[in-house]
Write a protein that binds this ligand. Structure first.
Ligand code: 2DT
Ligand code: MG
Length: 215
């Protein structure tokens, strides 16, 4: 039990390839946390509303071109610019639900196969950011995600690339990952997410330290 200060919130991250169902599960989770009276906010990365996020948005919509290293650094900067606010909210007891985070940063850039932008480099520039208490990884065969109404035409929404991203995600999993089969109905997924989230919200409130990337 925490003897001093407020009970901290948990950092819950949803990851997975495009159209695996992250946004749906994030909204369902937020709603259920709020119903239980758990203070919570839902954020997404990239946060396209900031100056840096605007550049990322132009890149993703193919209105701007940037080389792979430059755009990678923008995604990273887009997380670092939100760091202090994340830490403040968590310390004040708000649980944060993130629709993508640093794990997307590593998986998508490493999937490009650029030698100087491999997984180790990508992890290194995340340091100083808080680590997730729980990563809910919604695993889906890219053939199935592509069939979910098709891709929206943003950069990266290509079957061959999504396959590479999935294999990069496979190499990132650690003890804080909950891998779920995302081909299940949303309600079934929701129940599994809720059970895992309840545990980490309780552990965070009981004083378990927030980790740091990349550990
Ligand atoms: P959405 O479709 O979820 O808006 O994501 N991406 C995301 C990266 O390449 N690096 C990152 O650090 C992050 C957070 C994943 C837009 C795309 O941006 C990719 C899909
Ligand atoms: Mg997308």
């Amino acid at each position: 039990p925490a003897l001093a200060g407020p009970r901290r919130g948990a950092l819950i991250v949803f990851e997975g390839i495009d159209r695996c169902g992250k946004s749906t599960q994030c909204s369902l989770l937020l709603e259920s946390l709020q119903k239980q009276g758990v203070p919570a906010e839902l954020w997404r990365f990239p946060d396209r509303t900031t100056l840096i996020g605007g550049l990322i948005n132009e890149y993703l919509q193919k209105k701007a071109s940037l080389n792979d290293a430059a755009v990678h650094m923008l995604f990273v900067a887009n997380r670092h610019e939100k760091r202090d606010e994340m830490l403040r909210l968590l310390a004040g007891g708000t649980t944060l639900v993130l629709d993508r985070y640093s794990y997307s940063g590593v998986a998508y850039t490493a999937a490009k196969g650029v030698p100087h932008l491999g997984p180790d480099f990508c992890r290194s520039v995340e340091s100083g950011l808080p680590a997730a208490d729980l990563v809910v990884y919604l695993d889906l065969d890219p053939e199935l995600s592509a069939a979910r109404g098709g891709f929206g035409g943003e950069r990266y929404e290509k079957l061959e690339f999504q396959k590479k991203v999935r294999s990069q995600y496979g190499a990132l999993a650690d003890g804080r990952w909950l891998r779920l089969d995302a081909s299940q109905p949303a309600e079934l997924l929701q129940a599994q997410v809720a059970a895992a989230v309840q545990r980490v919200v309780e552990q965070a409130a009981a004083g378990e330290q927030l980790g740091q990337l990349w550990d």
